[in-house]
Design a protein. Structure first.
Lengths: 422, 422
């Protein structure tokens, strides 16, 4: 059948994203309160900022025409310079050598960079060590390459260095160390676990990656999509700032969460050895992401429209997170076995249910939650294929989309569902 | 070295696009008249149209927020419906069954669709039969997958059916028929050969593809990027309209050439069997192309801004093509062995040089052309890796970017270079 359709092996590896099923559910039942969607808050999207930036961009016909023409493969130079300068300023300092603008590439969202990285690093059967749980779209991308995701245990400080070392030792014993190509981390407010990798562990993880790069280089992919969305505590220097030789960390960031996912401009900082392979692949795939969007984001930054917007966004999400946590205190704290970690940023709360409760798509909790009118993301979608075992008794709750009032109603409904399911 | 860098096999297949070298040359020498660039005409880019559409899109805050939010994996439904309706209207009729909107997918340029197709159809070593010459970015993409491009001879009516059959028979004899996954055609004003596949051959090529789909399905990829840019003659029905079962032709189109490459919205019509594989892969790669751009193009079409713009564009390119052909008559017609086919549309003229003249990047013609201040695309970049042999004595000239006056000066300079090189 597959042969008769002329499909590649890859087409068979690539399963649909499980989240698609949830999205269909949400569309079919608009009455549901969705604590599932990873969308950003609708009301705080930057309408006036975008209008001002695009007005400026299109006001001068010559400048407008440049934005409407093809751009370059690596992306608009002025924006690459700006994101690099902002990155260096945020970190305060970088291990020498600091990255140069030649190492910066613009992509259609950070997901495109993650995909390009997968292509240039991974052959079928290669391994990526990931936090367990991890971002499910990244895990799906690995599966589509027939690469293997391996879960490493986390705690409130992020990936546990000792667990990482143990996994590497296990792979060495199994003769697979040369297949370990990367460690994937969402180092700020991880999706879905919400934990931030601690300062001390940042240095340790780089050191471990370098020490174990014996048979093959092990890169550290730092998905920093949520870095701007901090509501408490101080920013931490990035993993890149601990990368002494500058040859280990790949930074993947995006303006999708901090400004607009509809504009969808992401960017990466690459180790020198990956610049040519990533650029060549991108040249063969799209020879540059949409240029108008890059010029638009450059105008947003240039006109000083970004920082005030992110400040507003933080205030807005801070209030919505507080609403969710308050509702959780009111409705969930009394249920035995239910607990959570208070996030300092991001868009999610990661909820631990009574041990063994099946929160999967066909499980008892989903059944009761839908009956009560609330939707969540089953935690099992977020576990790597190997390593640290999958937990069915975890769920991801998003406070991004719904209003504070709906968040409260949603948590109340969820509490009823958990009691029924228990 | 490669192993030590931890790169995938694919990273080694993927060479840089040869055109990159030309672009660096053009940037380093802004005095050069570039008859090389595949960019669209700068002056006719739709500034006022884009401004009007985006003003409308952003005027209503609710509508604006929708455009700034994530879209869907397949793309904005209203735009998918519009492009499908326009496609069906352009063809006049379709072989039954006509495609449904579920078979329409929006991509970041048609290149992204070509890439997704490559991924879901081709394993390393698989074959795609292409016109010789063909679009070089597509050939580079095939190489990055370690797939093999096989050139099939063309004449003024496009790919020669008898040559296609011969190639298929050869592959069958070699036990490789099951590896032939697709036939790639730019059926309107091919890049670079400028020929349009004749009506009769459209039906023949579909029939051949179906008849030879014995060991594996052979798809026909119709890259129709230039269809809107016709300056003479009547539009022809698409290959899809001859696809009786609707299971063979993939249509790849884009608004990049007909409206704006900076907005970069492309679209595809897929045979039913490819909808799920392409959708799944896209879901794992970017879960949808930039949504703002899709809403913007929808607004452009909805407000009736597209057709008048394309009409203007056609008038503009028609005049520039006429300027190029006039200059060629004046300066090139007298050189023995130099000839060309008069295109009815597109952005290029394909020039045949005196037999055996080396027009390659290190050849004698390039040397003289640069000395005379003009840049072209060496034809050798455009030949598939196997099959019909590469010709060094062909070049691609673009009338897209330069003014009519510069086109004339460029052709005059090229004539001097050819005489010197001869």
């Amino acid at each position: 059948m597959i042969l008769a359709l002329g499909l590649s092996r890859r087409a068979q590896f690539s399963g649909p994203q499980p989240i698609g099923e949830l999205m269909r559910l949400a569309l079919a039942r608009p009455d549901l309160i969705s604590l599932a969607a990873g969308f950003v808050d609708q009301e705080s999207l930057p309408v006036s900022e975008t209008r001002r930036a695009i007005d400026t961009l299109l006001a001068d016909p010559d400048r407008a025409r440049l934005a409407l023409q093809y751009g370059t493969n690596a992306g608009y130079l002025a924006l690459r310079e700006t994101v690099l300068a902002r990155f260096l300023a945020a970190d305060g300092q970088q291990a020498s050598p600091p990255p140069s603008v030649e190492q910066v590439i613009l992509t259609a969202g950070s997901n495109q960079l993650l995909h390009l990285l997968g292509e240039v690093l991974l052959d079928p059967g290669d391994l990526v060590l990931c936090a367990a749980p991890s971002y499910f779209v990244f895990l799906g991308m690995l599966q589509s390459l027939a690469a293997r995701s391996v879960g490493v245990a986390i705690d409130e400080q992020g990936m546990i260095p000792a667990a990482l070392e143990e996994e590497l030792a296990r792979r060495q014993k199994a003769g697979e160390l040369g297949r370990v190509k990367a460690i994937y981390l969402t180092s700020y407010f991880d999706n879905p676990s919400t934990v931030t990798l601690s300062l001390e562990r940042r240095a340790q993880i780089i050191e471990i990656a370098n020490r174990w790069s014996r048979e093959s280089k092990i890169y550290v992919i730092d998905d920093a999509a949520y870095r701007e969305l901090r509501y408490a505590g101080d920013d931490l220097p990035s993993l890149r700032s601990f990368d002494r030789a500058g040859d280990t960390v790949v930074v993947a960031e995006t303006f999708s969460k901090s400004f607009s996912p509809g504009i969808r401009v992401g960017w990466g900082i690459l180790p020198p050895a990956l610049v040519a392979p990533i650029s060549s692949l991108k040249a063969n795939i799209d020879f540059g992401s949409p240029h108008l969007n890059q010029r638009l984001m450059a105008a947003v930054l240039e006109q000083g429209l970004f920082e005030p917007h992110v400040a507003e966004l933080r205030a807005n999400y801070r209030a919505k997170l507080a609403a969710m946590l308050r509702a959780m205190d009111d409705f969930l704290a009394g249920i035995p076995g239910v607990c959570w970690h208070t996030p300092q940023g991001g868009l999610y709360v990661w909820l631990q249910l009574p041990e063994g409760m099946d929160a999967g798509p066909a499980g008892t909790l989903m059944h009761h939650a839908l009956a009560e009118g609330v939707l969540y993301v089953p935690g099992e979608y977020c576990y790597p294929a190997e390593g640290e075992p999958l937990r069915v008794d975890r769920i991801r709750l998003s406070f991004g989309v719904e209003s504070a009032q709906n968040i409260r109603r949603g948590i109340e409904a969820l509490a009823r569902a958990i009691r029924h399911a228990g």
